[in-house]
Write a protein that binds this ligand. Structure first.
Ligand code: THU
Length: 131
């Protein structure tokens, strides 16, 4: 499924904007994420840290779970914004794979420089119940 340049640009901009909502008092590392749904709606997420550190939520999962809760059944793409083109953690990779299948993933820095990867590149040989 091919995306237009306009859709990709909007998705990246939303991810960058979402870094402003990050609550990261412990790491001081802001992450913004944005998912593109099949109805072309874009839903954002940010990392939300907790003093009980393991309760911290990653930006990607906040965005993905929000999209599911808002009725998005088919996610077409994900963008993740950080200051240094950071890549999703292992736990997020598993969630991305399960909720989205093989989608394009745009890693963006705060100036808008970006790299494109995909769920299957980030999580080769993914765990699944059926082959
Ligand atoms: N973080 C994310 O939001 N996404 C990732 O994929 C990796 C890490 C957050 C968690 C924590 O708030 C901060 O980045 C530093 O680890």
């Amino acid at each position: 499924m091919s995306l237009s340049q306009e859709q990709i640009d909007k998705l990246k901009q939303k991810a960058i904007a979402m870094t402003q909502r990050a609550r990261a008092p412990f790491s001081n590392y802001a992450v913004g994420a944005a998912v593109l749904c099949d109805n072309d709606k874009i839903i954002g997420g940010c990392n939300i840290e907790n003093v009980s550190y393991s309760l911290t939520e990653c930006a990607e999962r906040v965005a993905l779970f929000s999209a599911v809760a808002q009725g998005c059944t088919n996610i077409k793409a994900l963008a993740v914004a950080t200051k240094n083109l950071g890549s999703p953690c292992g736990a997020c990779r598993q969630v991305i794979w399960e909720l989205c299948g093989d989608i394009p993933i745009y890693l963006v820095d705060l100036e808008g420089n970006s790299l494109i990867t995909s769920s299957s590149k980030l999580l080769p040989s993914a765990f699944k119940l059926q082959s």
